[in-house]
Unconditional design. Structure first.
Length: 445
């Protein structure tokens, strides 16, 4: 049925394009990654067909859609019976990224609305945006910073003078997509057990919000303008954190030797986000700044040790005190053609609460050769510091050099590496054994 649905969707895109004389575009991409340790295991294998369909069949209206058809991962077979399951021999997926309709001058000449699945991207920073909280994060590829899922939403933009006023309403809640395999540990540190206990099984349940407007809906407003060659905006979002947080953990004894099973429940707490950002040029240097004050609902976790004869204990894992995330960045192209991009980030996407934020410095430099056919990126990556009082034991360094070659128009071949070094008490330091090299080939049409 999934294959029939995929073929039907593609057929509809193609036939719809021919019928409406729409614009059809997209790309083909192959992405293969190989770990340099752990017996040189393949860590990523994706072949993606992305199709976009857009058009304006009548004045004052436009439609757009983007569909990803991907083969993803490696064969998942463990018995002969799996060999008769095509989805396990060749895993694949169909993802409708966006599908919306724009109506211009709706009711009022200065009012535009957009209805359907859409990406509502707020913020001015380069891929790392603390004010961008309406769409759920898509963290399947941890190296694709800033990727989000689309949300089924209604967005309205009203233009008045030099200002634009945006309002967005999302009726249903969708959680973030998390990384798989070893990379999942980057977002959640290993569980620390009380002394004398050994873990056998760890299971959890997800407490999704009720499917009604009171619990599942989110929304936001944003005011933007231009002042002295700078783009400025203020925003407010009322939503849920799209990454889960445990509010209960129970220990269940298995034997008399201290072996236990652990069960937990994960929830998605409410939060409010007040944001501000700007972007412009100062003395020939591109600059941007973005900040978000996050006001979360309090989350109290119940630790249930009653089966071990030690009762229960409540502790606050996320208080309701506001905390700040921000990004400061700049880029510049020198006369010799070298392009440099730098950002300082306070608080990565998974970090919550004032005491849990880390600092990240991201730096990149590149130069083009052969009439822009070859791009060399010898500097690409960043560093994080968790405790400035003990830097030697609380740091991580990410290094991602890359070569990009365009043999013909619309085609690009990339080779590069992801290299990590650091301490296990940092998010990326826990992934220091996951160094990899990769090959990507992309053709756009």
């Amino acid at each position: 049925m999934r294959r029939i649905a995929a073929l039907f969707a593609i057929a509809m895109l193609v036939s719809g394009a021919a019928f409406a004389q729409a614009g059809v575009g997209g790309y083909l991409q192959t992405d293969l990654r190989l770990q340099t340790g752990r017996d040189n295991m393949f860590s990523w294998n994706e072949n993606r067909l992305a199709l976009t369909l857009s058009g304006s069949p009548v004045a004052g209206a436009r439609y757009y859609s983007e569909l990803w058809l991907s083969t993803f991962g490696l064969p998942d077979v463990s018995s002969s019976s799996n060999l008769s399951e095509p989805d396990r021999v060749s895993p694949w997926g169909l993802d409708l990224r966006e599908a919306y309709v724009d109506l211009y001058g709706f009711v009022f000449p200065a009012l535009d609305i957009r209805v359907g699945r859409q990406r509502i991207a707020w913020g001015t920073a380069d891929g790392l945006n603390p004010t961008d909280n309406l769409n759920p994060d898509d963290l399947r590829d941890v190296w694709d910073f800033g990727r989000h899922l689309g949300s089924d939403a209604l967005k309205a933009v009203f233009y008045w003078g030099g200002f634009n006023f945006t309002g967005a309403y999302i009726p249903t809640f969708r959680p973030a997509v998390l990384p798989t395999g070893d990379w999942a540990a980057a977002l959640s540190p290993p569980m620390e057990l009380p002394p004398g206990l050994a873990l056998r099984n760890l299971t959890d349940t997800i407490g999704m919000p009720a499917d009604n407007p009171k619990h599942a809906s989110s929304g936001g407003v944003r005011i933007g303008t231009a002042l002295l060659n700078y783009d400025l905006s203020l925003s407010y979002v009322y939503a849920r954190d799209d990454l889960p947080l445990a509010d209960s953990i129970a220990f269940i004894p298995v034997d008399t030797m201290g072996t236990v099973d652990v069960t937990s429940r994960l929830i998605y707490p409410r939060m409010q986000v007040v944001g501000a950002d700007l972007a412009g040029v100062a003395l020939g240097v591109g600059v941007w700044a973005e900040a978000a004050m996050i006001l979360p609902d309090e989350v109290v976790m119940t630790l249930d040790l009653s089966a071990l004869g030690m009762g229960t204990k409540d502790s606050t894992v996320l208080d309701n005190k506001p905390y700040f995330k921000y990004v400061l960045g700049a880029d510049y192209t020198f006369k010799n053609g070298i392009y440099v991009n730098m950002q300082h980030l306070r608080g990565f996407v998974h970090e919550r609460g004032r005491a849990n934020l880390e600092d990240y410095l991201m730096l990149g430099a590149e130069k083009k050769f052969l009439n822009d056919r070859l791009t060399v990126r010898p500097i690409a990556g960043g560093a994080t510091i968790k405790d400035y009082g003990d830097i030697a034991n609380s740091y991580a360094v990410l290094y991602g050099p890359e070569l990009a070659y365009r043999p013909v128009d619309n085609a690009e071949i990339l080779i590069g590496a992801h290299i990590i070094e650091g301490k296990a008490n940092t998010a990326f330091g826990r992934m220091k054994d996951n160094d990899e090299v990769y090959l990507k080939v992309k053709y756009s049409f």
